[in-house]
Design a protein around this ligand. Sequence first.
Ligand code: 13P
Length: 220
Amino acid sequence: MKKIIIANFKMNPLTKKKAQELFKAYDIKTKHTVVLCPPFPFLEKGKNYILGAQNCFCRTEGPYTGAVSSKMLKDVGCKYILIGHSERRHIFGETNRIVNHKIKLCIKNKVKPVLCVGENAGEKRDVVLKKQLKEGLKDAQTKGIIIAYEPVFAIGTGKVCEIKDIINSFNLIKKIVPDAKVLYGGSVNSLNAKEILKVTDGILVGGASINKKEFLKIIK
Ligand code: 13P
């Protein structure tokens, strides 16, 4: 079945040339919808993949030095924007309120937000997810929205979430936001991707997305 596979390159690779090598390798026909989210300076459209961005600012235009608007990202070809990634929340101090502003602006500017949610190790998953979804999606149109469940302990650690926990989170999110497509992210690689894709609408891939061999195995 056709799934959504999103590559979050994060702050990699370091040169445009290397980013272009990845674009070239990943610009292939596959049965899945493949979305590539490189760093801003390397955004480049392709024939077979969809372009996405890793973040945007919570205003559309104005005196906000260093900020990038969802409207600008739309203009250069982005169809999706990751919002509220745990690295944005923890390193850059993004709150659910900021996330909510960004979600609503993306929708207004006609780019699809991919809302990232997930608990830290030791936190109650249901409580955290309910709060992130309720506050992040307050007064927002949820039709066609994508939600990525990324438990923080699984990100970049090699400790993928257990399938039963992925299924439970998927069901909880669908119950709260029935319109959503729900993806999983956190230590996805070519060995576990197929099993995860069976129980979700797609995956959000970090580290493995900048490894050509790995990512090609995942999307093929
Ligand atoms: P890893 O795949 O490197 O664990 O990262 C997941 C992630 O944060 C994707 O957004």
